[in-house]
Write a protein that binds this ligand. Structure first.
Ligand code: AMP
Length: 248
């Protein structure tokens, strides 16, 4: 079985986000970029499936500008077998990504498509669900455990009420939650090896996908500055302060 793993290039989670002075988005020039953390978990899970003998090929996919190839190389260095780069310069919304992934799923015929539960740049958390709907395959989102057995996969999902266990038929779409695994570190020799691994590239017309813009971003503004906090000396003072502020 082949697994498609989606990786998105985002601003590194350690970076303090700054809004452009003209409100036209966030500053990315000269800023450290990285693979979306939930996608790293997805790559790790796909590799573990291959190591356990359930999967024969792990294919990393990204849709983005030329620089997004760096994140594909990271996935290859982690151990993915090959990569697919879909060239697209402009920002892309979840429905657009889902359309591209559906076109790739039809070409590649994977048994599983693994995505992160959300990309930490826009925090949409929509792509996996939209892909499952377009591809007309079952979905299991927010996975904290995935066990493949034959033609089905048992997924433990992190939901508001606790954990939910569901069985879905393959091919399926799974999105990863934080506790699914801890991604491996990439070693230097693997980075060198990754340079020789195959990377196919497509344009949107190659895949027969059109992406009319559906969402218009009007302005990006930073959150209001927080007013400073203060320490209380006792429980009594805490309770009095909360009462004074009308919070209890
Ligand atoms: P989102 O719905 O935007 O929060 O993204 C959820 C997941 O979809 C991400 O964690 C990625 O696995 C995948 N994804 C979103 N955008 C892209 C992209 N441009 N290229 C590859 N995968 C993506």
């Amino acid at each position: 079985m082949k697994v498609l793993v989606c990786v998105k290039r985002v601003v590194d989670y350690n970076v303090r986000i700054r809004v452009k002075p003209d409100g036209g988005g966030v500053v990315t020039d000269g800023v450290k970029m990285a693979m979306n953390p939930f996608d790293e978990i997805a790559v790790e899970e796909a590799l573990r499936m291959r190591e356990a003998g359930h999967v024969s090929e792990v294919v990393a996919v990204t849709i983005g500008d030329k620089k997004s190839q760096e994140q594909l190389r990271t996935a290859l260095a982690m151990g993915a077998d090959r990569a697919i780069w879909v060239e697209h310069e402009e920002a892309i919304q979840p429905l657009g990504v889902a359309r591209v992934l559906k076109a790739l799923a039809e070409r590649e015929q994977p048994g599983l498509v693994l995505l992160g539960k959300q990309a930490i740049d826009d925090d949409c958390g929509q792509t996996a669900q939209m892909l499952a709907a377009l591809w007309q395959r079952p979905q299991a989102t927010y996975a904290s455990e995935v066990v493949i057995s034959g033609e089905t996969v048992r997924v433990t999902r992190e939901v508001d009420a606790g954990l939910e266990v569901i069985d879905v038929d393959l091919p399926a779409v799974i999105s990863t939650d934080l506790r699914l695994n801890e991604p491996r570190y990439v070693k230097l020799p693997d980075i060198m090896k990754a340079k020789r691994k195959p990377m196919d590239s497509y344009t949107l017309p190659d895949l027969g996908v059109e992406l009319p813009p559906l969402v218009e971003r009007l302005e990006t503004t930073p959150p209001p500055a927080r007013t400073g906090g203060f320490k209380v000396e006792s429980v009594e003072e805490l309770v009095a302060t909360l009462k004074e502020k009308g919070l209890v």
